[in-house]
Design a protein around this ligand. Structure first.
Ligand code: ATP
Length: 480
């Protein structure tokens, strides 16, 4: 069996798409998972992909241009025609190979419940009928990330654009019932940053356009991918504990300090001068500056304001009481761990009864294959907690906000005080941003074709014929 195969690997996130080859460490391109549609005078539509082309196009501010996305709020594609155009764009201009030449591996997020068959059918149709790829594999993103980091059990926290996905994996099985998702992620932060800064920008300059209500999709996209992106990476911070607690703590410190000063003053009048000069150092009141490039202006914020944005991910109720505290990342992570503990044994029983994985779909075949060794042993909820909490993987670009890892540890340690916690977060910024793609590359490079679940056109045809019930034969014979 040949090991030096080369595959095309595509990761379509809700914010960005990463594509490259399985035998090269870095991807060929990282482009937005969106495009600009421009209609010329003759009524002909032009689709513009690629970061720089999109930034240039949206900067022109043509009122009839529109930005469209490819993925829905769950991270699944819904705009299939545009997805085809995007893949063709990547094959032609970035990868510079024909889709017919190489096997294709793509990622999908883990879902709570059965994978939507219509999504799989659309993918097969796109891969086999439209692009005519020879063989095709879909890997579950968090599972691929965990396995690529050498972990068959992990608690994967993926903080992306459309939200945060929390996926428990035990012995190579995604515990589907326990997959949870928060809708608060990078896109939500983009909105909050815009809301907070718009009045400041308006105040500082009469360029009202910046804060206008009537922005169209190209303006919103342009802002999110230029100055808001810079603002998020340089200004946002996560406080190590609950921001309200932290504020209370510094307030108490200030009161203690004031009392001490008062006592000193009373003890010795000579100290009065020094006592009055001193002041407690409240880090939350320190200032941070941001250069708002469109107007070449400096915007100054308190540290507290910078902490507040990311605090919303943990406490969305601070924004509006319409949001439940249960949707915060802390309660969601705890829910996921507890659900995993409660459901793993029944899931394992199903898995051993059906070697194709969790009794639902071929999508979990890789997981099932990896789980064979231990699926017969029962495992207590406490063991599950311990397995998950000592293998916490933090990934996704929104997790790059300073202090995020410590806060996640804090949130979990409050809820699981008796367990040891160990987190793994790639310290190389670029690798964290493309972790899903790197995971898929590892799956594409497994030492044997048999270890992956490859589909060929014939498998797809027989799947269609058998009413999507049949399991395809291994595709290795078709690929060598
Ligand atoms: P999803 O996981 O929702 O499918 P994705 O995988 O396409 O999304 P990621 O690259 O994980 O997206 O995350 C993109 C989000 O992270 C965007 O909102 C982007 O603005 C934000 N982001 C990128 N870099 C940073 C950074 N250094 N600090 C904070 N946020 C960042």
């Amino acid at each position: 069996m040949t090991l030096n195969r080369k595959c095309v690997v595509i990761h379509n996130g809700s914010h960005r798409t990463v594509a490259g080859f399985s035998n090269v460490e870095l991807p060929q391109c990282i482009i937005p998972s969106s495009y600009v549609k421009r209609t010329d005078d003759a009524g002909k539509a032009k689709f513009i992909f690629g970061t720089y082309d999109m930034i240039d196009t949206t900067a022109e501010k043509r009122s009839d241009d529109e930005v469209y996305t490819l993925m829905d709020s769950q991270g699944l594609p819904y705009n299939w025609e545009a997805l085809e155009l995007q893949w063709r764009y990547m094959y032609e201009t970035q990868l510079k190979v024909s889709p017919e030449e190489l096997p294709l591996v793509i990622t999908m997020p883990a879902t709570n419940g059965k994978p939507d068959m219509s999504i799989l059918e659309h993918y097969y149709e796109l891969a086999f009928d439209k692009l005519k790829v020879p063989v095709f594999q879909i890997v579950i993103e968090p599972l691929a990330i965990a396995l690529s980091m050498g972990k068959s059990s992990a608690f994967v926290i993926d903080m992306g654009a459309s939200g945060c996905n929390v996926t428990p994996i035990i012995d190579g099985i995604v515990v589907k019932n326990a997959v949870v998702r928060s809708k608060f992620g990078g896109d939500f932060l983009d909105f909050q940053v815009h809301e907070k800064l718009a009045p400041m920008i308006k105040e500082e300059n009469d360029m009202e356009n910046m804060a206008d209500e009537g922005k169209n999709s190209t303006d919103v996209w342009h802002d999110a991918n230029t100055w808001i992106q810079q603002f998020k990476s340089t200004m946002l911070q996560v406080s190590e504990k609950d921001l309200i607690e932290l504020e209370r703590y510094y307030k108490e410190q200030a009161e203690i300090f004031a009392r001490q000063q008062e006592q000193l003053k009373q003890m010795d009048q000579q100290l009065q001068y020094t006592a009055l000069m001193g002041s407690p150092n409240n880090p939350l009141l320190q200032k941070k500056n941001f250069l708002f490039k469109p107007l070449n202006k400096t915007i100054t914020l308190d540290f507290k304001d910078c902490y507040e944005f990311a605090e919303y991910l943990f406490k969305p109720q601070l924004i509006s009481d319409k949001f439940s505290p249960e949707d915060g990342l802390g309660p969601l992570m705890a829910k996921s761990v507890k659900k995993a503990g409660a459901s793993i044994n029944s899931m394992k029983a199903n898995t051993s009864a059906n070697p194709n994985g969790l009794g639902t779909s071929h999508m979990h075949a890789t997981a099932g294959d990896n789980a064979n060794g231990s699926s017969s042993n029962n495992i207590s909820p406490e063991q599950v907690y311990s397995l998950l909490l000592t293998n916490i993987i933090i990934t996704g670009s929104s997790s790059l906000i300073e202090g995020m890892e410590q806060r996640i540890i804090k949130e979990l340690s409050i809820r699981f005080p008796q367990y040891k916690l160990t987190t793994f977060a790639n310290q190389v910024m670029m690798d964290r941003k493309i972790q899903g793609w790197l995971g898929a590359v590892t799956m594409a490079n497994l030492p044997s074709w048999n270890l992956g679940k490859w589909y060929s056109k014939e498998d797809y045809e027989s799947l269609k014929r058998d009413g999507k019930q049949s399991q395809p034969a291994n595709a290795s014979a078709n690929t060598n």
